[in-house]
Design a protein around this ligand. Sequence first.
Ligand code: ZN
Ligand code: ZN
Length: 271
Amino acid sequence: MPDYHLHTWRCGHAAGQMEEYLKTARQKGLTEVGFADHIPMYWLLPEQRDSSLAMREEELALYLAEISRLQAKNPDLTLKVGLEVDYIPGREKELALFLNKYTFDYLIGAVHYLNGWGFDQTTQQAAYANKDPIAVYHRYFSLLKEAALSGLFDIMAHPDLIKKFNYRLVEEPNALYLEAAKAFAQAGVCVEVNTAGLRVPAREIYPCLSFLKICQRCGVPATVGSDAHQPDQVGYGFKEAVQHLKLAGYHEVTLYSRRYRYTHNIVNFKW
Ligand SMILES: [Zn+2]
Ligand SMILES: [Zn+2]
């Protein structure tokens, strides 16, 4: 079973050395792990970047080198090189140039900002009170679609992150889920089943079951990740994640190597 979404101390708000993450992976019986630390804040000038939100640009080469060093040292595990990449509309060309300088197994596209508002940051949570929830959801899902269709990413991170602090709409936004799932299918990206949702006020895996079912019906493949920000969170909630996937009709999860995908059967997964 793979875990494709691990952070490390390098992003400034997670704890732990890569080696410690591998130790937990081994203890939990995972065979494959992918690091997906936050991309340097390419859309800001170096002096405006917040080193508590993402790794500094000079760290990226060290991050990549450490993964290959650890792969050589840990032949019993398969290590993958990923990155969690913020989607900032209008900055696609700049991002493509940045990403082309390196080699990755996969790129996880993420919407963390709505017109500069870091809506998933605890320190910016108060801003929900002054906003129209319907407008917020529409803006979020429209950016998510745009991100998928940009062609820059392989996987869409935590696709209903907007529910993180439990600001919910009265009615479940199934039409928004469907539009997003269709865009994922058209773009050939995976939906990420991300268990971090279980650790926040939403108390629910990203995406929720109805969104995941719609993705499955649209033929969108899925990956799985814990979004671990400390070593003991590797594989967090994977029993629930596999249950969630199966309830949505999935029999496999997707793996990547150098941005080509293949599959891993989850039918006989036991935890
Ligand atoms: Zn994220
Ligand atoms: Zn993450």
